[in-house]
Design a protein around this ligand. Structure first.
Ligand SMILES: [Mn+2]
Length: 490
């Protein structure tokens, strides 16, 4: 007997098969295919996976990356009349719009976001885990859905499994025990390991294991914050070199965590555990250890070697208006594309630091309301980076029950873009930010939605204050245990 989970997976895979057949038929008839994808790490990875699969089919196609499905995309589709449109990492939130504007165009939607419609148009084939009761917030990402479609097109596309994993890491789906993956994501991990492209290790969870000097990684860690070492360069180097006898350099070159021998790693782990204990910290060593995903065919000491660093690199290309670089890397380009992407990543980090400094500078830039925090990014913060800024700031509010919203203006569209993040504490209280953002934006002439933990919305500029007030009220009602309307979580 199949378990309910196995049955759901089977149904999901046969839906991916259906999408694959349509893609194959279109390519065989030499039809023109337009791919639209979302501009975050997951969306860029999804576009790379589908791009590679189409390239291998010798199909005629082009890829466009954007923030959301809107009238501009629809107008473009109506003008170009491609034989097939593929949407990756978005689309399921726009079924009504597609049905209203382009009911006769073939569209394949490879998405993991909540589904907002009950309309079934046979021209619009949707592959989405929510259709089968699989959690799209944690168990598969947009690039994962694209991967299963690509694998159904041709089993040789399993070599794209590491890219699908990178997308899932970009969407922070490593939410299971010790940052492991689950369900469909675990199948992707297994595929990648079996193909000899991935190694899953248990290791220290500090970010930057391949590209950052070991001592720097410890100096800059804020999660966990290690008193006496975090922020203290000399102390950290002494701790590593003298106490633990771990050289921090090889010749002139600083060593990264990825460069350590297994013995040195064991020494580092137990050394850190002893150190934390001596400081009276209740942090178990298990709290700083988790699964890391090593892309074994990538060069050591590059961002592509570690799944999480790879995701940050892809995200930066999307956010900095260079998604084609990220897509090229996912499709196999290295050398020049990688060099260029590293520069983009550097600029991206500078931008984020600039924004974080700006928010901290004046209290009115981050305001505390009854039930939420709100960052007034207005014309200062780039709307494409607003989500990253709210993710970083919300991580410092972990014990607060108030979700965080941030917004930036998009003057050209006379609108404001909101990005919302829920804290762990708020999540435990039953906050579903996706519902809140959808209801509050629709009541104010905008649109929005997303997951319980992360959501977005766009509203007209003159409705910003009304929208904020309604979000504050709706969150307050959820905190009191009220269910809001009907959830779209199909
Ligand atoms: Mn996604």
């Amino acid at each position: 007997m199949a378990t309910p989970q196995q049955t759901a997976i089977q149904q999901f895979l046969s839906q991916a098969d259906k999408a694959a057949k349509t893609i194959l038929e279109t390519a065989q008839k030499d039809g023109y295919i337009t791919v639209f994808s979302h501009l975050d790490a997951d969306g860029v990875a999804a576009a790379g996976i589908i791009g590679k699969a189409l390239f291998r089919l010798d199909a005629r196609f082009r890829i466009r990356v954007m923030q959301w499905v809107d009238e501009k995309i629809i107008n473009e589709i109506q003008a170009d009349k491609p034989q097939l449109v593929i949407m990756t990492d978005f689309g399921s939130g726009y079924l009504d719009l597609l049905n209203e504007k382009i009911p006769n165009i073939k569209v394949i939607i490879l998405d993991h976001h909540q589904i907002n419609s009950k309309i079934a148009n046979p021209n619009h084939i949707q592959v989405n885990p929510h259709l089968f009761g699989i959690d799209g917030a944690t168990d598969i990402s947009g690039s994962g859905v694209a991967y299963f479609a690509a694998k159904a097109i041709n089993p040789s596309n399993v070599d794209l499994a590491p890219i699908a994993l990178v997308g899932a890491l970009g969407d922070m789906q490593d939410k299971y025990e010790q940052r492991s993956m689950h369900n469909l994501n675990q199948i992707i991990v297994n595929d990648a390991v079996t193909a000899g492209l991935l190694r899953v290790d248990k290791d220290l969870m500090f970010f930057g294991r391949e590209t950052r000097p070991l001592y720097k990684m410890i100096v800059t860690t804020t999660n966990p914050f290690i008193p006496g070492l975090s922020g203290q360069e000399t102390e950290t180097i002494n701790f590593l070199e003298d106490t633990l006898k771990i050289p921090t350099k090889q010749g002139e070159k600083p060593r990264s965590l990825g460069d350590l021998t297994p013995e040195e790693k064991t020494r580092l782990c137990s050394g850190l555990a002893d150190y934390l204990m001596s400081k009276g910290l209740h942090l178990a060593v298990d709290d700083i250890i988790g699964y890391v995903y090593v892309l074994t065919k990538e060069e050591p000491n590059t961002a592509l070697r570690d799944g999480r660093e790879f995701a940050v690199l892809l995200n930066s290309t999307g956010r900095m208006d260079r998604p084609s670089l990220g897509i090229a890397i996912c499709m196999g380009d290295r050398k020049a594309a990688l060099e260029e992407a590293n520069k983009i990543l550097e600029d991206y980090r500078k931008n984020i630091n600039k924004y974080l400094g700006w928010v901290a500078e004046k209290p009115e830039r981050m305001r505390e309301l009854q039930n939420i925090y709100i960052i007034y990014g207005e014309n200062f913060i780039n709307e494409k980076i607003i989500g990253t800024v709210s993710s970083i700031i919300v991580s410092s509010l972990a014990n607060s029950e108030k979700p965080l919203l941030a917004f930036a203006n998009i003057e050209a569209e006379n609108a404001a873009k909101f990005s919302g993040r829920t804290t762990e504490a708020a999540l435990r209280k039953g906050i579903n930010l996706g519902d809140v953002m959808r209801l509050a934006s629709e009541a104010n002439g905008g649109k929005g939605g997303g997951h319980n933990i992360a959501a977005g919305a766009q509203v007209p500029l003159d409705k910003v204050e009304a929208f904020i007030a309604l979000v504050d009220e709706l969150v307050g009602r959820q905190l009191k245990g009220e269910k809001l309307g009907i959830s779209n979580n199909a």
